[in-house]
Design a protein. Sequence first.
Length: 125
Amino acid sequence: MNEWDVIVIGAGAAGLFCAIEAGKRGRRVLVIEHADRVGKKIAISGGGRCNFTNTGTSPDNFVSRNPHFCKSALARYTPADFISLVEKHGIAYLERTSRSKRKTSATRKSRSSARLRRAYLLTRP
């Protein structure tokens, strides 16, 4: 029987990121996904263009019983951190509108997102 340190339910953006970070910390990770492929919802975000971050995000955009939680989470991993990861793997991107500050794959194809996920998984320390 297998033993896991972490079981992540859902292989969407948050689930994959959680699994990757746990793996980087030496944890044995199992990801459970009901869709026919990992990251399927990421691929369809933004009408298939793959919205991957929003530089206009602030704590004011969130509602929570603990209003300080999102402040902590946003400070620990910023949109700029994720953009650096995208740039590190040579994936071109666009800012969709100046008002929303959403970033999408420049190719307007979700394959770039899949390439980023694979590259990040394969290059983690």
